[in-house]
Design a protein around this ligand. Structure first.
Ligand SMILES: *Cc1c(COP(=O)(O)O)cnc(C)c1O
Length: 331
């Protein structure tokens, strides 16, 4: 099973008209050329709509609906895509998921099944629905149609700016990075693709270093969208990220905090911690010069607003066991 540029071109036709063709705009949050691909402007506020639409489009006629277990943007994407296709969607979550997220998914027309106290329990419920009710599971990243859907972002970026020298991609399970890297390198082999993720609990980074999929201990992070494993039985995204990414950069929680402030104060934009890791990497000064314009993907805007307002006010934020110190922007 391998994915080609043709699959990404086909995905573009499939998702056109429901997913937005998003703008790419210059950022003032870094010195030098950085472009922001605004997936924050998708109807669900995040890029995951693309992969979900492409995968839902392939659900066999007569299937009673779709299911997934996602606490965040994947659940929103599946809910939106299923409603657009007139299909039932059941999103499975653990009882630890915040109410606001549950309500957000329900507002998009999906049923929410609350199962147990862990992601594993939610996954078990989703598999039960597949087994007992014949629902089709839509995976969050390790799926050829999902990867091809996310890859459409790469097509648009190089259409708008063929001069791009590098793309900084927020990295978790790697569906986004795999798709964007495949598209971008097929069009422009010289382009550099850099995965960016948080320095604690980043499963893809640890797996690439280990040479095989490994598990990591999950910790609370401002980049909560980037948490979670890649699956020890990973079929596609591990090998694609290993082979297609030129590097992987890690950013600290303080750098993510600072990047959320910078995006807000310089660009007047609101985004999730997981979205701004490319900005954080640029501002860290740890990236090499790429010899041309650099772009990153603002992957989503579905941030918890209590946390966000604390950050823009320069106040401290509690992350699980850790207390992140507050700091006024520019201070
Ligand atoms: C899912 C997600 C990512 C990471 O995408 P993967 O395909 O899992 O690597 C990044 N940012 C946001 C906002 C997300 O929801």
């Amino acid at each position: 099973m391998s994915i080609q540029l043709a699959d990404i071109l086909a995905a573009r036709r499939t998702i056109a008209g429901v997913a937005a063709r998003t703008p790419m705009v210059p950022s003032l949050a870094v010195d030098g050329d950085l472009l922001l691909k605004l997936e924050t402007t998708q109807p669900i506020g995040a890029f995951k709509l693309r992969g979900a639409l492409n995968a839902v489009s392939a659900v066999p006629a007569g299937a009673p609906g779709v299911t997934c277990c996602s606490t965040g943007n994947h659940g929103r994407g599946v809910a939106f895509a299923a409603r657009a296709a007139g299909l039932r969607a059941v999103v499975c979550m653990s009882e630890l998921v915040p109410k606001a997220k549950v309500e957000g998914i329900r507002a998009l027309g999906a049923e929410v099944h609350i199962a147990g106290r862990s992601q594993d329990d939610a996954q078990a419920e989703s598999l039960r629905l597949v087994r007992e009710e014949g629902l089709v599971e839509i995976p969050p990243f390790d799926d050829p149609l999902v990867i091809a859907g996310q890859g459409t972002i790469g097509l648009e970026m190089l259409e708008d700016r063929p001069d791009l020298a590098a793309i900084l991609v927020p990295l978790s399970g790697g569906g986004l990075a795999a798709g964007v890297a495949l598209a971008a390198k097929a069009i422009k082999p010289s382009i550099r693709l850099i995965g960016v993720t948080m320095d604690r609990g980043a499963a893809m980074h640890a797996s690439i270093r280990a040479g095989r999929p490994v598990e990591v201990v999950e910790v609370a992070s401002l980049a909560d969208s980037l948490g979670g494993g890649i699956g020890l039985e990973n079929r596609l995204t591990f090998a694609m990220c290993r082979d297609l990414l030129d590097d992987c950069i890690l950013v600290t929680e303080d750098e993510i905090y600072d990047a959320m402030q910078a995006l807000y104060y310089e660009d007047r934009m609101v985004a999730e911690g997981g979205s701004v890791v490319g900005i954080a990497a640029m501002r860290s000064g740890r990236l090499p010069a790429f010899g041309g314009p650099v772009a990153t993907i603002l992957t989503g805007r579905n941030v918890d607003m209590t946390t966000f307002t604390e950050i823009v006010a320069g106040r401290g934020v509690r992350l699980g066991e850790v207390e992140l110190k507050g700091r006024s922007y520019g201070a």
